[in-house]
Write a protein that binds this ligand. Structure first.
Ligand code: MRU
Length: 350
């Protein structure tokens, strides 16, 4: 049995261990999952979050599901289908979750004659391969994206598309890391990202740990700092990109794209091709998760809104393709029209 460790998750032969992203940056504590049901809970409750990170996590959940099986061999296929469906039900928007589970399921279906032990080893190798590939993919995204960063740039980012949202290195933050590794000086502005505060809690923590200059702002300050000329570039991640380039990302991204357009600032999405869902023609077809109203009415344990107030809490929005300057992937930077440029990138991968 093999082991794997990154900042976001660790695979330790019979369990997956996550840094608890709900507790950062106040506490650095870890959550151990020994069953696929526990991995389901960790994704749903956002112990682990971010599109590529939940994909890799689900792959390990699938391995745990195979390990749990103790019945007759002829019942294994139905068990694994139930494991996959359960994990796939954890969060709806990030397509990497379904991408990783389908990859695991394809492998399972293609190896019917393996013993149970061999099957587990095969699935475990695949989950580790997904994790390792994610890091290499992010480094390639970083290298490709660093070309749009100029020395001295002020870069605005939203939510957390960093090491914590992936297996390691990050997508949007990967672009920033690569630019810094090339010697470019940058100032990063991190939106706090209401209501879950991924920017305040995770992006600022991550960038400070990497000694990258970061300034935390509230979401409603973005327009003003653009007006003041502090921002030359916006780079964010994505949870699902439709075939035409419409991109779903953390709620608030669409507003940033409008602000960037108004101020003539380039607006880039950084994401792996596993985030592109060619089965969605456009953003209208991307399912948008709605989360608990408590995320709006409370900050941590503290109530900040009157009891019983009506709330609406969509976790993602969709930025239309024609507001996106480029989509930075591991294969290069796709430019509009994206139905053509993204399709070409897929052709070159097969
Ligand atoms: O709700 P979250 O924290 O899972 O949302 C995460 C984002 O929106 C990220 O920007 C996206 O997943 C890209 S991560 C590289």
């Amino acid at each position: 049995m093999a082991r794997f460790k990154s900042i976001t998750l660790e695979w330790r032969e019979d369990r997956v261990i996550f840094i608890d992203q709900r507790k950062l940056p106040i506490e650095e504590v870890y959550v151990e999952c020994k069953t696929h049901e526990e991995v389901y809970g960790a994704i749903k409750d956002m112990v682990v979050r971010g599109a590529p990170a939940i994909g890799a996590s689900a792959a390990f959940g699938y391995v745990l599901g195979a390990m749990e099986f103790k019945k007759k061999p002829e019942e294994l296929a139905a068990h694994m289908k139930a494991v996959k469906d359960r994990l796939a039900g954890s969060r709806p928007t990030a397509v990497n979750l379904f991408w990783a589970l389908e990859r695991m399921e394809r492998l399972f279906a293609s190896t019917p004659s393996l013993s149970h032990d061999e099957l587990i080893k095969t699935l475990e190798r695949e989950a580790i391969a997904i994790s390792r590939e994610d890091i290499l993919t992010n480094m390639a995204i970083g290298m490709n994206g660093a070309s749009v960063v100029r020395d001295g740039d002020g870069i605005l980012t939203h939510c957390n598309a960093g090491a914590l949202a992936t297996v390691d290195y990050g997508t949007a933050l990967g672009v920033i890391r690569s630019a810094v590794e090339m010697g470019k000086r940058v100032r990063v502005y991190a939106d706090e990202t209401r209501p879950y505060l991924q920017g305040a809690r995770l992006t600022s923590w991550e960038l400070m740990k990497s000694c990258i200059d970061v300034t935390l702002i509230c979401d409603n300050m973005a327009g003003w700092i653009m007006k003041k000329g502090y921002v030359n570039l916006v780079v964010v991640g994505a949870d699902r990109i439709a075939a035409n380039g419409d991109s779903a990302n953390k709620i608030g991204t669409y507003s940033l794209a409008i602000l960037a357009q108004k101020h003539g600032i380039p607006f880039y999405i950084a994401a792996p091709l596993s985030t592109v869902d060619l089965s969605c023609n456009n953003g209208e077809e991307i399912p948008i998760e709605e989360r608990s109203h408590r995320e709006i009415t409370h900050i941590g344990e503290i109530r900040i809104a009157p009891e019983g107030v009506k709330c609406y809490n969509p976790a993602f929005d969709v930025t239309p393709w024609n507001m996106i300057t480029g989509i930075i992937t591991e294969k290069g930077i796709a430019r509009p029209p994206y139905d053509v440029s993204l399709a070409k990138m897929f052709e070159s991968t097969h």
